[in-house]
Every structure is written in structure tokens, then in C-alpha cells.
Ligand binder design. Structure first.
Ligand code: CP3
Length: 354
């Protein structure tokens, strides 16, 4: 395997000194890029793109050809796991993900079992090894999964939701059934992430997009506890150094202080908490990733540069910051605007490092 040529992202996750702040962008491969839309059209639909290692590799590399990014992220989705659990994932154009067989009752939960991850999700591991080879050591490859809670919201609601009525009802009426469901998703996710590591993923990120829909005690019980199990059970001692883990609960705010003790290397922060405040919550025990408001990318280059400057200043001096947006880039963004952001991080961040 080729030697890693750019390790600034992995060093920052480990809070080791770097000459500048690394940058990558959530959803950096996606619909805002015309070359992505072309390949997706060739594949036919989103899941066919995910299942084709050659095309998934191609779209993973597209943003790296345009922008000086410090990491690649596997092109896939968090909903591959419930698809492997037999729920029948499909995407309705313009309406996001749907399941043919959502799991809305204790009886439906009892019918679920951990699938054979190697056969059901082998296409993802093929994509990981294909991408890792194609990267040829230019930048590290991030593998990922959804948090069990976030994945379960889609499994129970059957689709994207704003109020999570069904799953929150289940949490109150039959918490044991929900915990059973979360256990199955957690066990599947551990195997899924370990196989990604085995195939070549060099860092792992867990996306907990909907954890903050829970009140704090329920967050700890139904979301954080399962992320803890994942961190505890990852086979992270692969090379000379442990594979770093990033946990991202969108909207975590003060809950960041609870997330620190999981044993992860880094926490993702959205734009509703400034990085200086987040750094105080976590007492510099872990690295922080984020957190420019994605909407900033709609504005002029001057506004984008100012946003980057403010985000860097908010984190302040020293190692342990990975620049990113506070959530994924949206399809309406002009690619050149992301170029302005990335260039600004390269230009403005060295002053924060010795
Ligand atoms: O970041 C990357 O570039 C890697 C790929 C990636 C995708 N989804 C590709 C994708 C990652 C890391 C995800 C994570 C994901 N997927 C999350 C957690 C992160 C977040 O954004 O909160 C969630 C909640 C999902 C579930 C999901 N997948 C939704 C709600 C949708 C529809 C979104 C939409 O805007 O239509 C998807 C589809 C999806 N996943 C797309 C991409 C590029 C768009 C598919 C397309 O139409 O081409």
C-alpha cells in the first residue's frame, strides 16, 4: 500500500502539531458538482452508483481533482445498513430516502436479525478498497456509518422526518423494543465499520444527524450509548497508530461534554455552537471538526473568506482543528464558491499553528 503523502488530517485528529489546518467537506462528492450528476445519470440511480465500485470511486475522487482537500470520504450512504437488514431502501426523486418495509412495531423488531455483513454489504468494502488503491496515498480515506439512533429514525419512520413521532412514541411506550432494535443496528454497524477498516479506511466518522431530537437523558440512553459501543468495539489498531474516530451529533451543543469520554479522537460541531465554546466544553481532550454554516457558501467570495477567517479565529491557536462545514454542502452551491473556502483555509490557517 502506498505511503501516505498528506497526513495533516490524521495528525490534526490526533491533536499533533501541523503547519496549517486541514480541510474536507461533508457531502463533498455530490449534486453541486456537474461531473457528479453526469456519473449518477450513467449509473441510473443513487443506489446503483453506490453498488458500482468503479463509479463510486470516480465520484469520490471528483472533488479532490477540483479542490485542495486533505481527506477523501467513501461514497456511500448511512442507509446501506437498514437496506442490508432487509427494509428495502429506495429513493423517490426529490423526496429523499424511503423504505418498502419500515419497522414500526415490537413484532416487526423481533423479526430482525444481524445480517451476513460480508455478503449483504460487500459492495461497500469493494468500493473502499478500490478507492484506497486509486488514491495512491495522496490523502487518507474516511469510512463512515450512521449512528444507530439516526439510522433507526429512518427505519421506524420509513422516511425522512421532522418530528420523529413514531420512534419517539416507541421510546416512551416500549423502550425495550427500541433498545432491541438499536442493539441489532449497533452490532451490524460494528461489523460494517470493522470491514471498512479491513478494506482500507484510515479514519472513521459516525453521523448522528438526529441525536439532538432527544432530550438529554434519552440522548445518552438511545444515541450516545450505542456510539460508545461502536467506539469500544472497533478494531482500531491496524498500523503503527490507532484509526481515529470522529463522532458527529448535529446540534449537540453542551452534550459535547458527554461525548468526550467515549474514547473518540474528535467531535464534529455544527454552526449553532461556536468552536471556542465547544473547545471549552471538551477541555481540549479531543479534536474538533467544523463548523462554518453551509449557507455561507451561497454568499460572495468576500463573505465566504470572512466566514473562514471567523471560524479559524473561533477555534483559535494550536492543533486539533479540522476545518469543515457544520453540515453537508447543499446541491445549490456553485463549485467555485467551495474553491474560495478551501483556498482561504490554506491561506489563513498557518498563523494559528507554530
Ligand atoms: O460526504 C460524502 O461525500 C460521502 C457520502 C455521503 C452521502 N450520504 C451521499 C449521499 C454521506 C456521508 C452520507 C450520510 C448521510 N446520508 C446522512 C448523515 C449525514 C447528514 O447529511 O446528515 C444521512 C442522514 C443520510 C440519509 C440520506 N441519504 C438522505 C436524507 C438523502 C437524501 C438527501 C437529499 O438531499 O436528497 C440521501 C441521499 C444521498 N446520500 C445523496 C448523496 C450524495 C444524494 C443522492 C442523489 O440524489 O444523488
Amino acid at each position: 500500500m502506498a505511503e501516505l503523502k498528506n497526513d495533516v488530517f490524521l495528525r490534526a485528529l490526533r491533536r499533533q502539531p501541523t503547519a496549517r489546518t486541514p480541510v474536507w467537506i461533508m457531502r463533498q462528492a455530490g449534486r453541486y458538482l456537474p461531473e457528479y450528476r453526469e456519473v449518477r445519470a450513467e449509473a441510473g440511480d443513487f443506489m446503483s452508483l453506490c453498488r458500482n465500485a468503479r463509479l463510486a470511486c470516480e465520484v469520490t475522487l471528483q472533488p479532490l481533482r477540483r479542490f485542495r482537500l486533505d481527506a477523501a470520504i467513501l461514497f456511500s450512504d448511512i442507509l446501506t445498513v437498514p437496506d442490508a437488514l432487509g427494509l428495502g431502501l429506495y429513493f423517490e426523486t426529490g423526496e429523499g430516502p424511503r423504505f418498502k418495509r419500515p419497522v414500526q412495531s415490537a413484532a416487526a423488531i423481533r423479526k430482525l436479525s444481524v445480517p451476513d455483513v460480508g455478503s449483504e454489504l460487500g459492495y461497500v468494502f469493494d468500493a473502499v478498497s478500490t478507492i484506497r488503491k486509486a488514491l495512491d496515498g495522496e490523502v487518507p480515506l474516511i469510512g463512515f456509518a450512521g449512528s444507530p439512533w439516526t439510522v433507526a429514525t429512518y427505519m421506524v419512520e420509513g422516511r425522512s422526518s421532522r418530528d420523529f413521532k413514531t420512534i419517539r412514541g416507541l421510546a416512551k411506550e416500549d423502550p425495550q423494543a427500541l433498545l432491541t432494535l438499536l442493539d441489532i443496528v449497533t452490532e451490524t454497524t460494528v461489523q460494517y465499520l470493522n470491514a471498512q477498516i479491513e478494506a482500507g479506511a484510515q479514519a472513521i466518522m459516525v453521523f448522528d444527524t438526529w441525536g439532538s431530537a432527544l432530550e438529554p437523558d434519552d440522548y445518552r440512553r438511545f444515541s450516545l450509548a450505542n456510539m460508545q459501543t461502536i467506539v469500544d468495539n472497533l478494531a482500531r489498531d491496524k498500523g503503527a497508530e490507532r484509526i481515529p474516530v470522529i463522532l458527529f451529533t448535529k446540534g449537540a451543543g453542551a452534550l459535547l461534554a458527554d461525548m468526550v469520554d467515549t474514547g473518540c479522537e474528535a467531535l464534529g460541531v455544527d454552526w449553532t455552537t461556536d468552536l471556542g465554546t465547544a473547545r471549552r466544553y471538551v477541555e481540549d481532550k479531543v479534536a474538533l471538526q467544523g463548523n462554518l454554516d453551509p449557507a455561507t457558501l451561497r454568499e460572495s467570495p468576500a463573505v465566504i473568506r470572512q466566514g473562514v477567517a471567523d471560524t479559524l479565529a473561533s477555534y483559535g491557536h494550536g492543533p486539533g482543528h479540522v476545518f469543515n462545514l457544520g453540515h453537508g454542502i447543499t446541491p445549490d452551491i456553485a463549485p467555485e464558491h467551495l474553491g474560495v473556502l478551501v483556498d482561504a483555509v490554506h491561506e489563513l490557517s498557518p498563523q494559528y499553528h507554530d
